[in-house]
Design a binder for this molecule. Sequence first.
Ligand code: MG
Length: 498
Amino acid sequence: MDQRYGEFIRRVRELADLSHAQGLLSWDQETYMPPRGTGPRARSLGTLAGIYHEKLTDPALVALVEELRGRELRGDEEVNVRYVERDQRRALKIPRELVVELSQTQSLAHEVWVEARKKSDFPLFRPWLEKILNLQKEVAHRVGFEGSIYNAFLDEYEPYARVETVAPMLEQLRLRLVPLVERIGATGRRPAAGILDQEFPVDRQEAFGRQALVDLGFDLERGRLDVSVHPFCSGTSPEDVRLTTRYNPRQLTGALFGIIHEAGHGLYEQGLPAEAGGTPVGGSVSLGIHESQSRLWENLIGRSRPFWEHYLPLLREHFPEQLKGVGVEAFYAAINQVEPSLIRVEADEVTYNLHILLRFELEQALVEERVAVAELPQLWDEKMEAYLGIRPPDAARGVLQDTHWSIGSIGYFPTYSLGNLYAAQFFSQARKEMPGLMEQVARGDLLSLKVWLNEKIHARGRRLRAGELVREVTGEELKVEYFMQYLENKYGELYGLG
Ligand code: MG
């Protein structure tokens, strides 16, 4: 490694140390910090963000990046310099006053949103969303984009993705999902009734969840599981990965699948290349690829029949009364019940992407100025009716339900659907390469799949872009087909669609 590149890496690792500290402070804020700790914590995080910005845009680092960009870089060096330049460009193009205004507006808007959702009062939130949109559009124009302005938003969460390719895929999903939901609805089957609607003591939910976490291969020497209001995975290093979940005594599946979901994120973080720690190469590819790892474990494994052939008897040891006489078929049908519902985070695998599609279409239209904020509630309700056949009775269960827009996260939603598509395509490839995979799962052996994902996806870090990774692992571009085939087979059988 030459001296200039060495100096570049030293500075980049310092930035990563700051991110590590920010990550832990934020994790603590969501888990253990006492309520009155908010003020000093916000100050501390603000100071760290300021130092980070200063170091990232330090003229010496800017000059280093420029010098290195001028060379013929290859491999990890090219990746590291390219990603730091990306971050730097963004940081340099947005003036400090705009950063401050955006962050203050977003935290105030978030508070107003909490209130507005409570009162189901969209007009209360409306001027704040307008303000956020205007500021975010200003950022997009300063950072620059090709084609639709929405590309500037999407690129922040799914680097190198383009709305010109994402929109047609989501449209294909809609064309196949809407009729599938209708056909399932027409059967009139409601298998979950009774089984899942019981008291499930939290301590036993936790005991089972922790066992599943260990069986999945999550290393508790390099990670933790705690409780928070909104479950998340915070990876500050492959050696220190924090997961959270939440328990509800009346609801078994929330915490259970929540733990498996976050464990999928956590396995990705623990599997990242430790030797590249603190540099872009050692990081994850995109939010969509991250989500593919959580969805793969949660849905393709966790909601599969073979998984429960092994785990139902173990779950019954924890809940002998509640699950007395419940067989694998009944349990499998119950955890895979499809039902159009108002709330995205409670949606099943089949209806979920329609919730995403609706948000994606609306936010794209908003930033492209084809619709106004004032029109959102009505458009939301119309789309819910068109896609899912139900209409929200109020804004709280409609347009006001998600926090994303209130914190300025516009362009984030499509990464959830991309995650589902990536997951199905990766999983199909895993099954091709390991023909006995589901028999292994039925015996409780989950580690072969974990090792496969470690090798094919995690250990590569950020060396490939999302599109390149999909091609490298599966030999094809990302396609809607794998996900739709998976859904149509699984739910066609479950609901006897023939
Ligand atoms: Mg997730």
